[in-house]
Write a protein that binds this ligand. Sequence first.
Ligand SMILES: Cc1cc2nc3c(=O)[nH]c(=O)nc-3n(C[C@H](O)[C@H](O)[C@H](O)COP(=O)(O)OP(=O)(O)OC[C@H]3O[C@@H](n4cnc5c(N)ncnc54)[C@H](O)[C@@H]3O)c2cc1C
Length: 415
Amino acid sequence: MRVVVLGAGLIGTATAYYLARAGHEVVVIDRQRQAGLETSFANGALLTPSTSDSWAAPGTPQKILKWFGQEDAPMLLRLRAVPGMIGWGLRFLRECRPERWEANTEAVLKLALFSMAALDRLQADEALEFDRNPPGLIKLFRDPLSMDSALRASALYQRLGVDCTALEPDGCVAVEPALRPIRDKISGGVHYPADGSGDALKFTQALAERARALGVSFLFGHEITGFSTESDRVTAVETNQGAIRGEAFVLALGSFSTLLGRKLGLSLPVYPAKGYSITVAAPGWNGAPRIPIADDGRKVAVVPLGDRLRVAGTVEFDGYETRLNSTRGRMLVDGLGDIYPDYPREGRIEHWSGLRPLTPDGRPIIGRSRWRNLFLNTGHGPLGWTLAAGSGLAMAELVAGNSPSIDLASFSPER
Ligand SMILES: Cc1cc2nc3c(=O)[nH]c(=O)nc-3n(C[C@H](O)[C@H](O)[C@H](O)COP(=O)(O)OP(=O)(O)OC[C@H]3O[C@@H](n4cnc5c(N)ncnc54)[C@H](O)[C@@H]3O)c2cc1C
């Protein structure tokens, strides 16, 4: 079967790879010049089932209201974005009820665990290099109150089978010695030994190479503008370079899935949630950390990536705007200094922003659309790196007409 995959980010590339491995003829279309150059470019680098909790949580609406208009708020809703997200926002509010939060978190966690197992197999099969760190993540707390509420969240994870241990400050330093300089400033942490981390861009590009070796053609520099259809089927994707025909199509355009989906009458609840990262060069730094630290107080995570440090975080609802904002960039630089006061300051800092494709319930959309041969693999929000291998594998199984190795009912477009 000739399958056309729309989008060469983490999700589209993983889907294309698994489709090719199953023996299909695969074409991937992307407007950029290489794979992974949009949201998958410089994300937080965490492979983190332990962060499956949906953002639509009890307490989130109050936080958004409290932080409204504050330029340095961890989650910032801009007034100009409000008219364009009313429907999405009302659905988000409905998902903040405790029982919805728990169900959504559990659904995403199952996919995350499935995905981590798929990623491990993939890395072993293909010998992929992507600056993967030794396993483990510490979530760090600065005051006893937030530590208590984190312990409640970790209880949910433990109940769902995720291994984690509460740590005193000395325990944090024992697991990650680079935290020694701030030992007296922290209340403790929770260690998730099975979480991981690595460079999503390196992974995407290495996987694209393997896919190419399996026969996948990548059509870069192709802007998708619309579709041709016949009765209940899509027959071709229209691009600025002409039409690309196929027998099946997989829409994996991140936040832009919503805009292109509209051309087919689909109303996809995916809204861009902007985030920022900095990548700091730290070659030869003796005190460099080994594993990622997520700082609850600062709402940032710091991840070692080879001889660099990646710091990511913050959320901003501002439509499709990706311009850098100096206040929000500075929040990340300050966050890094708060965790590692001795980090080498002479290193070059690269600033970046990207659009997390967020659904109101935090679950990605993985399934067949109401067009019989159009499949959706989108809406992976803040967890697309963690969910990529599993989502690609499950989607390839679905397109082939096989029963996916994970139940996709929770991710169905009709849910
Ligand atoms: C600041 C930040 C931190 C993050 N941290 C983490 C993390 O630590 N762990 C984690 O698991 N996830 C993280 N994420 C989330 C993760 O990066 C995303 O979920 C993931 O990158 C989404 O992948 P995607 O393939 O769906 O989208 P994308 O990577 O955006 O891919 C979509 C592709 O579609 C193409 N495209 C779009 N429109 C068109 C068009 N009209 N024509 C042709 N091509 C088009 C784009 O060029 C792009 O290549 C983070 C995200 C951000 C922003």
